[in-house]
Design a protein around this ligand. Sequence first.
Ligand SMILES: Nc1ncnc2c1ncn2[C@@H]1O[C@H](COP(=O)(O)OP(=O)(O)O)[C@@H](O)[C@H]1O
Ligand SMILES: [Mg+2]
Length: 201
Amino acid sequence: MATQNTHITLNEHLLIGEGRNRKCYLHPKDLNLCIKVSSKRGLRSAKREINYFKRLHKRGKSFAMIADYMGEIQTSEGRGDLYQLIRDHDGSISKNLEYYLSLQNASITATMIMLIDNLRKYLIEEYILISDLDLDNILVQKDVFGNFKLLVIDGIGDNNQIPLLEYIKPLGMKRSARKWSFFKTLVAKDFPDVAKEMKEF
Ligand SMILES: Nc1ncnc2c1ncn2[C@@H]1O[C@H](COP(=O)(O)OP(=O)(O)O)[C@@H](O)[C@H]1O
Ligand SMILES: [Mg+2]
């Protein structure tokens, strides 16, 4: 993970998504990267997330279910953060959980429920903290065989400035459990049947 010194020009054609705090652009020179640019309001939380990712790297955590942070880069829109861009086997940008659950297809929904549970187990096993999981912060990557994989693109790390919870695991787990049940509440709003199947942390 290195700071890339090249200056990248971003424009609206490269924009692939926008959340409450960040704009997400395609990297014009690397198919597998996206560049996130924070609004002024989102700077603190973006910085906090990056620092958390750096600690996860140091601790050798698995990124099997998280879009990894790849460094920073200067852009025409200011400082940008590089992340793995999640694409399906055919090159299209992966759709999110909300999209797949909205299909109301029993077999797909059952698969998503199973994958959500795998995500829960992964976060527990790796002891990775979460702040704001939501159905649009989790992408569903489809491979060439039609198999799906979940990847969290946002909402990783505790939204506390002091990384205390990372070092006091019982507290961190308790916090994650609360965040998970909040996620469950969000799922229940649109997909109560799915939420019913979600286990506690
Ligand atoms: N790694 C990624 N791969 C593909 N699309 C992404 C990725 N990260 C973000 N996006 C898209 O950009 C949008 C905004 O990014 P996000 O990180 O969620 O910003 P915010 O922190 O403001 O919510 C997402 O909802 C998604 O559509
Ligand atoms: Mg988001």
